[in-house]
Design a protein around this ligand. Structure first.
Ligand code: KIV
Length: 301
């Protein structure tokens, strides 16, 4: 006959692990929640705006770069559809697909422990209907792990923003020079320079906030217009070519590190000229291989 199953003896209380303090970053236990404690959220950004503290954002498309930016203390990483230009070598962001953004967002997520990760909704992934927009935004959150999505436009996307955000996915807006509309604009010139367009951008910003956006990117608009928008909204603004008055700033990392050499508009500050240092390092490697000085004995088994 089988032995009767003995009840498990409870640990004496002196041996039991101490209870963990209640956390406001997780509801259920588990490894990923432990890894991403204290990460930046939409609330963090909102509180920063209230306290008048600026925050910093960069684009990222892979785990290695995301890890470096995260370690440096960046607050937010955008998996932008600029991946089309930077990584894929396209002239515009238009060819980028949802599956490609999902792929890059997954990689970025593996590199970060603190920064908030926002995934861009590419052209044609949100314009068709609010339902389709929500399904695609849901994939960016559920499959890729993004904390929020970004989409471009004002009046014409209000219903879409409201539907996605009411369904539980934080939405970042994007106004001014919106690159997915390049063929409609016809050029990459500064937007909102005339009174009518400036008033429309300000109206769009107010409407996006009302529709549920938690932040808005302002791209290539006059600094004074960005100042007025930032003052008019309770949600943070994030500037790129929009002057110093925005609550946060964002740059495409390859421009900011000087990796790209064919693009240097006045709004990009180059913090390094990595392209030259990379050319030098790779040139040195090529010479060492040609001269049979790499690998050395110490670098061999
Ligand atoms: O796609 C992108 O990288 C962007 C930022 C430049 C704001 O939209």
């Amino acid at each position: 006959m089988n032995e009767p199953i003995k009840p498990v003896t409870p640990l004496p209380s002196a041996m039991a692990p101490p209870p963990k303090a209640e956390s406001d970053t997780t509801l259920y236990g588990g490894a990923p929640a432990l890894r991403r404690t204290k990460h930046v959220t939409r609330q963090t950004l909102l509180e920063r705006k209230k306290r008048g503290e600026r925050f910093s954002c960069l684009t990222a498309y892979d785990a290695t770069m995301a890890q470096i930016f995260d370690e440096a203390g960046i607050d937010l990483l955008l998996v932008g559809d600029s991946v089309g230009n930077v990584v894929q070598g396209h002239e515009t962001t238009i060819p980028v697909t949802l599956d490609e953004i999902i792929y890059h967002t997954k990689a970025v997520m593996r590199g970060v422990s603190r920064a908030m990760v926002v995934a861009d909704m590419p052209f044609m992934s949100y314009q068709i209907s609010p339902e389709e927009a929500f399904r695609n935004a849901g994939r960016l959150m559920k499959e890729a792990g993004a904390s929020a999505v970004k989409l471009e436009g004002g009046r014409r996307v209000l219903e879409i923003v409201a539907h996605i955000s009411d369904s539980g996915i934080p939405v970042m807006g994007h106004l001014g020079l919106t690159p997915q509309s390049i063929h409609q604009f016809g050029s990459y010139r500064t937007r909102g320079t005339d009174k009518k367009e400036a008033e429309q951008i300000l109206r769009d910003a107010r409407d996006l906030e009302r529709a549920g956006c938690f932040a808005i990117v302002l791209e290539k608009i006059p600094a004074e217009l960005a100042r007025q928008i930032t003052a008019a909204l309770t949600i943070p603004t994030i500037g790129i070519g929009a002057g110093v008055h925005c609550d946060g700033q964002i740059l495409v990392y390859t421009d900011m590190l000087g990796i790209t050499n064919d693009f240097q508009p006045r709004f990009v500050r180059r913090y390094d000229v990595m392209r030259e240092r990379m050319l030098e390092a790779v040139g040195q490697y090529i010479n060492d291989v040609r001269g049979a000085t790499f690998p050395s004995e110490e670098e061999s088994y």
